[in-house]
Design a protein around this ligand. Sequence first.
Ligand code: ADP
Ligand code: ASP
Ligand code: MG
Length: 440
Amino acid sequence: MKVLKFGGTSVGSVENMGNVKHIINDGHKKVVVLSAMSGTTNQLVSIAQDIDAGKLNDAIDKLNKLHETYFNTIDTLLSDALLNNDVKNYISSIFELLVECTYKDFSETIENQILAQGELLSTYMFNSYLKQEGIRASILPALNFMRIDAFKEPDIEYIKEHFENVLDNAEDSEIYITQGFICLDDEGHISNLQRGGSDYTATIIGAAIKAEEVQIWTDIDGMHNNDPRYVENTSAISNLSFEEAAELAYFGAKILHPQTVTPVRKDSIPVRLKNTMKPDAHGTLISKSTSGNGIKAIAAKDNITAIKIKSARMLQAHGFLKKVFEIFETYQTSIDMITTSEVAVSLTIDDDKNLDIILAELEKIASIEVDKNQSIVCLVGHSVVNHQDTYKLFQILQDVKIRMISYGGSKNNISLLIDSKDKINTLQKLNDYLFELVTL
Ligand code: ADP
Ligand code: ASP
Ligand code: MG
């Protein structure tokens, strides 16, 4: 069986839902993972922030507007009076629950409950739409099988067992629809796989059922060689290895959740990225095969904090790095990039929730310098560090102030740390020159 995931834009309008129907209605049984309609999760985040800040009237205003938007969509989507009525009742029950959340004491669980409603709405609507169109569909509730452990990692054994159970008990259907993004945590509270997490849901399910293929349908024709939100003249890459795709996703290519590739890599389950609005375009195939040489794609990750840890006694002081790493481990903060010299080590983090306490601990053993608002620019390609043209990178970037370089950590990746204000210029410069210099 294949797993097909459709993102926010793909289910964001009645017209696009029609495209999705055509794509999935090919006579083969499949699992279809849906995101919330585009804009909904952002709205829910903003409503949760209003509630947290005590701005209850603003929250209620936003809820009323969103409720109305959903009713309008249903009137266009569902001409069948019974289905129309049923879905409107469901939508109203969700919005009642959301209004109730405005009266409660705000907590992480309340926030997660608010954020989860977008996927519950889109799946219920789309399932009814397929029914209206005479397609045998049913919903597999994600909260009955999708679960993360105490380290926020998917609990694969639990998911496998419960997914099979849910599937066995579902009404026999052509299309099994489920919610992306949402899950339970290790204590059974509602949680999620972080923003953009529906991609991750799809590959987790793909791994659990050993799917033939996972397809991620979105609003662009596959992984581009640079970030199309900031750079002109980018183009789609037809093939990527798991390693290359994982690096790009982790280092900011928004088309994929950072962890998307992790669950399917071990079993080499291919992942295909496709455009819902242009289903005939080739898209990108992520698989175990490698192709091309040199720099294939560039991605950038923002909101990076760089920390320089300087100690005169670091030289020949074995155990110094261990002490440094232990501090980051204690405060569950992962390190992205690292460079060392005789007297200092520079490293970067993207989660600065525990920055103050980490700095306080580090100051006990070294002197510290912190630079915020940094971006990691990541250049990815098969064996990119060995390519004969890679040196030209430094000529191209001679005017850019590079704060750190990581070269050789993996043969497929070169990472540069720069000030975020230089990011767009750097990406465009690399785009203009690099892809002409290398053999793809
Ligand atoms: P969905 O809602 O379908 O999950 P996303 O907005 O999460 O879609 O991801 C698709 C978007 O990712 C594209 O519209 C594009 O703007 C952005 N993007 C960023 N980097 C890349 C890249 N390297 N290749 C393709 N798209 C990218
Ligand atoms: N709806 C969620 C979000 O906007 C999950 C997703 O779209 O993948 O982050
Ligand atoms: Mg996404």
